[in-house]
Design a protein around this ligand. Structure first.
Ligand SMILES: [Zn+2]
Length: 272
């Protein structure tokens, strides 16, 4: 599933195609799935931003209120510069070069809403700070995470303490910070390590163009794979040696998610 680095890579690549362009119309194969997309027709894309794992196209029409076209890539969604067998939505642009949204498994979402009004998208409304922004404060993160009774990995996946962290980058960041994914009651020093690890991991993954896993579902819009999958330390590496200590990486299921960690570097500490 695309996480912050994959969505940000997508944003950077499609921005030159969209910025300042008028959307002539959106053509889709299942209208009931894609809410209010007809409202986008004739509007100009003035900005393309990202919030967590959501892409937001800001749409303007002179004399009308602004609107936002929200895209969530779901499990297998992605933009492409060429049509594919799984094209679901085609954005016809004034430039004459369409942009295609493909989604094999159809968990993705495309909807036009009023700016900041996200009905049925509680994750987006309640999302924490962007990890690579100045708004992500170490002190606030320590306050939000340390001492609490919540298990750290599911808490990260909730998007509340920080935005955009999904299964891959939660496992990688926890490994870098040497914290067990099921740990509760983290010490402030551990949370500070995690803060640094999340920022460093996200930054490196964005620079590498995200992670393309063995299912190949995520690719960049030009069909090129991401480059970060070869730099994973634990994710999808069960049975292989930890790159830090050589112990075999373990995979377990935690809160219904496949979870990878090093049992030597990331011990579960009993804290009541
Ligand atoms: Zn290790």
């Amino acid at each position: 599933m695309p996480e912050l680095p994959e969505v940000e890579t997508t944003r950077l690549k499609i921005e030159p195609y969209l910025l300042g362009q008028r959307l002539l119309r959106l053509e889709h194969d299942a209208p009931h799935r894609y809410q209010n997309t007809h409202l986008a027709s004739g509007r100009t894309v003035t900005r393309l931003t990202r919030r967590g794992k959501y892409l937001l196209l800001h749409l303007q029409d002179p004399g009308e209120d602004d609107l936002e076209l929200i895209v969530h890539l779901g499990m297998t969604g992605g933009f492409r510069f060429a049509a594919t067998p799984h094209t679901r939505v085609t954005l016809h642009l004034e430039s004459g070069e369409p942009l295609y949204f493909q989604d094999a498994r159809r968990f993705g979402r495309v909807a036009v809403v009023q700016p900041g009004v996200y009905p049925g998208m509680p994750t987006l409304s309640g999302m924490g700070p962007e990890p690579l922004s100045g708004g992500f404060s170490e002190r606030a993160f320590v306050e939000a995470v340390a001492g609490g009774g919540k298990m750290i990995k599911p808490w990260l996946l909730s998007q509340v303490p920080v935005a955009g962290v999904g299964n891959i980058y939660a496992d990688e960041s926890l490994w870098a910070a040497r914290i067990h994914p099921a740990q509760t009651r983290l010490k402030p020093a551990e949370v500070r390590r995690l803060y640094t690890a999340i920022r460093a991991t996200m930054q490196a993954a964005v620079e590498a163009g995200g992670s393309t896993l063995s299912d190949g579902s995520y690719q960049q819009p030009d069909g090129v794979d991401g480059g970060f999958q070869t730099r994973h330390n634990v994710y999808d590496r069960a049975g292989q040696p930890c790159t830090r200590c050589g112990t075999e990486v373990v995979k377990m299921v935690l809160a219904q998610r496949g979870t990878h960690f090093c049992p030597k570097c990331q011990t579960l500490k009993d804290r009541l």
